[in-house]
Design a protein. Structure first.
Length: 313
């Protein structure tokens, strides 16, 4: 534990807030205690540490450019922005509960597109030290495809308001736990590649494992569910992004398509039981082919130092 002590956190504020966040994540995950969530102002105290955590990290000095497995200024800004995104979703859920009303759908769209713009501004601010988070990972290209897919799923959860408080806290844990893994790398407690695979493994456990369990137990019900429709949409978004389509255009298309089809009112039964399963399987098969193609190109790039590194996102 001594390796985690630093003079930059002289009053141990960052560590104290981090411990509070970890404890809350652990308690919520294992349901050891039922947190009150009734729309009272006291409820907001439980999300305060998750706001203070990324803010208190700005007291630490970081290298300007990215070093494998380490936190760099651009990533710290992105962590703050994405934390604010999900805290805003939690705040929206609190508001609806307190005043017993539903906020307009465009609020979720505003949160989503404001985040996209803020991330681009943060990347522009660091200038030549910009480094794509996933593309510059040291993991296998197929894992990069998976990480991109989960990122898209998370944005879709924001845009559609899935689960709100529970879902948003689960996503918030991933966002705020990964910098801790990077800190362990910096202190020499784990390797950079180990940290990246631990991050990937937690995402696999959080999102994919339950889906595969559901598919194995009830494949027909899964393929005709709204969850499968979300996976289908995420796969389509990933393919469009890999084709070079602007993320603003892609997410605007998703937003408008949702409103035209009124996804939250349920899909047509014939679509969900016949057409959707076929499209679901075919698009995910295409994703597998893309992952294999990137893997082959990556091996070729290692054999020829002059070959370009393929982009998974």
């Amino acid at each position: 534990m001594r390796r985690l002590v630093t003079n930059e956190d002289r009053y141990h504020l960052h560590k104290a807030v981090a411990v509070l966040c970890l404890l809350q994540f652990f308690v919520r995950k294992w349901e050891l205690f039922q947190f009150p969530w009734e729309g009272n102002f006291v409820d907001l105290l439980f999300i305060l540490p998750h706001l203070l955590l990324p803010l208190s990290s700005f007291g630490f000095h970081l290298p300007r450019r990215r070093i494998s497995g380490r936190i760099w200024p651009e990533y710290r800004l992105h962590t703050l922005i994405f934390s604010l995104r999900h805290l805003a979703c939690i705040g929206q859920d609190w508001y609806e509960l307190r005043y017993d009303t539903l906020t307009p759908d465009y609020i979720r769209g505003l949160i989503c597109f404001t985040t996209l713009a803020a991330v681009d501004l943060a990347s522009a601010w660091v200038g030549k030290h910009h480094s794509p988070t996933i593309r510059d990972f040291s993991v296998h290209p197929a894992v990069k495809v998976f990480l991109s897919w989960t990122q898209i799923k998370v944005t879709l959860a924001v845009l559609r308001g899935y689960g709100q408080i529970g879902t948003q806290f689960g996503i918030l844990f991933v966002i705020q736990f990964n910098p801790f893994l990077m800190t362990l790398v910096r202190r020499g407690m784990i390797s950079a590649v180990s940290g990246e695979y631990l991050y990937s493994g937690y995402l696999l456990y959080l999102y994919v494992v339950p889906l595969f369990q559901w598919m194995y137990a009830a494949p027909v019900e899964f393929l005709s569910s709204l969850t499968a429709e979300a996976d289908l949409m995420a796969a389509a978004v990933l393919l469009l992004r890999m084709a070079g389509v602007s993320k603003f255009i892609v997410w605007l298309m998703v937003y408008l398509l949702d409103h035209m089809t009124a996804y939250d009112k349920g899909l047509d039964s014939e679509w969900r039981t016949t057409v959707q399963p076929c499209i679901f399987i075919s698009i995910h098969f295409m994703l597998v082919l893309v992952a294999v193609r990137n893997s082959v190109r990556d091996m070729s790039a290692h054999r020829d130092p002059r070959a370009p590194i393929p982009s998974a996102t």
